[in-house]
Design a protein around this ligand. Structure first.
Ligand code: GLV
Ligand code: MN
Ligand code: MN
Length: 413
């Protein structure tokens, strides 16, 4: 076995995972650690402490992406980058995101302890706000880093408490002024992100490693319906402008638009806000989110572009606005990274399959910048975005050994 991969320590990694899971722990073994909160900062400090122990240099960019860097033998060589995110869904689990960051740190630790001297620097990044649970959309940090969007474009996005993203980011960066700043954006040699699968395939097929071939496309919309509030006991139905009833009509029409007998398309209405939200008043405002995904760009574009018209046509009484908040086309990963991961899995005696990702990841926005790929490890029942999310310590360690070996190959000797 490769010396660096052999230095991956299952217990150390599991201990770090469980220490992180304490920060924002919620009942049922879950985690609620929203981006740019005090809990996020606490988790980052813990990561920084561990990075210091390993001798990695820590820095932060203006999107608050956090970077840990181990130098290679050639200081001018482009880095090989790994990482993921540390924020969670409000009702999230202990593995989504943080595994990729801890796996990256474990890889750095193993490289260091084994005395491996790759030519290129190896960097671990913790991207800001991948989940989009507090500030929508997700992947803000990686979008800003890649130049896909400017970080300033998100300034006025507000969280459910009305806090602006710009203010949360400024407060966060003010708390990390002790960290060296690095410019936003870079040109890595390659990027490889480890993550739990968040789906059932690897477990069902008793496999250790998913060699990820690409990511399906995603589009997010927010639909806002404006009616008029009125007394529930006295106002005749014919005189109402009921935002909730129009929301029901709109969602029914969207279900028809998104119907897919093949069950490939994914359509979710996950957040609904109703005002005044009281049982005996007609609602004057209803807003809901649409999360729509498909692996085929043409379907993604055609049906996504139809959303606004379908909603307008379905609504009877309320005023309507439809705003698109996220637009990520499907991506295919690079053969350079795919093959490096597949070779590493063979060398680690891991049973593997190739599969696309249904979830989006920061890797999606790294694709235009450098050769990119991902490694999946199984998770129990495919459960994710749920406190019950679980992967075995041994499954996580196998993924990290494959990651370490792939990083070493990509970083060159
Ligand atoms: C990522 O969290 C996703 O929703 O796919
Ligand atoms: Mn994730
Ligand atoms: Mn997630």
């Amino acid at each position: 076995m490769n010396m660096a991969a052999a230095a991956v320590d299952e217990q150390r990694q599991w201990g770090r995972m469980m220490a992180m899971a304490q920060i924002g722990a919620i009942p049922g073994d879950g985690v609620n650690r929203a981006c740019l909160t005090a809990l996020d900062r606490q988790a980052r400090r813990l990561l920084i402490d561990w990075a210091n122990e390993v001798g990695a240099a820590v820095s932060v960019d203006t999107a608050a992406n956090l970077w840990l860097r181990l130098e290679g033998t050639d200081p001018r060589a482009a880095a090989v980058v790994t990482g993921s995110h540390m924020d969670t869904q409000p009702n999230g689990g202990r593995f989504d995101g943080i595994y990729g960051v801890i796996a990256g740190l474990e890889a750095l630790t193993a490289l260091q302890q084994s005395g491996a001297k790759p030519r290129r620097p190896v960097e671990v990044v913790a991207w800001t706000n991948e989940e989009g649970g507090r500030f929508a959309p997700g992947c803000m940090g990686s979008m800003a880093w890649s130049g896909f969007r400017r970080i300033e474009e998100f300034a006025d996005v507000v969280d459910p408490d009305g806090v602006r993203f710009a203010e949360a980011l400024a407060a966060h960066l003010a708390a990390e002024t002790d960290l060296p700043r690095r410019p936003l954006g870079s040109r890595p040699h390659a990027y490889v992100e480890a993550h739990i699968e968040q789906g059932p395939r690897l477990e069902a097929e008793r496999l250790d490693i998913g060699v990820v071939t690409g990511i399906q496309g995603s589009r997010w919309f927010t639909v806002t319906l404006t009616g008029e509030t009125a007394h529930a006991g006295t106002t005749p139905l014919a005189l109402r402008r009921d935002a909730v009833q129009d929301m029901v009509r709109a969602i029914k029409a969207l279900n028809a638009l998104m119907h897919d007998p093949m069950d490939v398309l994914r359509f979710t209405v996950g957040r609904v806000v109703v005002e005044p939200n009281t049982s005996n008043s007609v609602a004057d405002k209803a807003s809901f989110t649409i999360d729509f995904r498909h692996p085929d760009k043409h379907v993604l574009l055609a049906r996504g572009d139809a959303v606004a018209g379908v909603v307008q046509a379905a609504v009877r009484d309320a005023g309507v606005t439809v705003r698109e908040t996220f637009h990520a086309l499907p991506v295919e990963f690079s053969p350079l990274v795919i093959e490096a991961v597949a070779r590493a899995a063979i060398e680690q005696n891991c049973r593997q399959m190739r599969l696309p990702s249904g979830a989006f990841h920061d890797a999606q926005f790294v694709v235009p910048v450098c050769p990119t790929g991902m490694i999946f490890v199984p998770c129990r029942g495919g459960v994710s975005h749920n406190p019950a999310e679980f992967s075995e310590p041994s499954q996580l360690a196998a993924g990290t050994r494959v990651l370490t070996q792939a990083l070493l190959e990509l970083a060159g000797r």
